[in-house]
Write a protein of this length. Structure first.
Length: 138
């Protein structure tokens, strides 16, 4: 069964977000813990495979650009879920007429170089030592 992409509206913090984002390696994602059921800011997209949530995409639009975040469940890594999320977020951003998307790879990210290289292979740039990498959409 293929991956499915669902916009959450309204998006709420739930057990799957807490499991996937809260279970990420320290330093890899911003602190996002909040009470279950609270509204989650920004645009959230859920990725499922065979009825199981395997990842999330997040987008926050500001002045024609979007900051993005993606998170993949540990058991789903290495199966194309992250690339699927990036491709879908790019489609969502283009549909809104946005110029570019950007992702921050924090200096304390435990796999910073690997993550930056992975994003680079998917059209992001920013150079060595930059925290924020961007991908033009036009």
């Amino acid at each position: 069964m293929p991956l499915t992409w669902t916009r959450e509206s309204p998006a709420r913090w739930d057990a799957d977000k807490a499991r996937i984002l809260g279970g990420a390696a320290p330093g890899s994602l911003p602190e996002m813990a909040m009470p279950i059921g609270d509204l989650a800011p920004g645009d959230w997209f859920r990725v499922e495979h065979d009825g199981q949530v395997v990842g999330y995409g997040w987008m926050d639009v500001v002045w024609g650009d979007a900051e993005i975040l993606l998170a993949v469940a540990p058991e789903a890594r290495g199966n194309g879920v992250g690339t699927f999320i990036l491709d879908q977020i790019a489609l969502e951003a283009r549909a809104q007429g946005l110029r570019r998307i950007h992702n921050s790879v924090r200096p304390n990210h435990p796999e910073r170089q690997t993550t930056q290289a992975w994003l680079g292979r998917r059209g992001f740039s920013g150079g060595e030592g930059h925290e924020s990498l961007e991908r033009r959409l036009a």
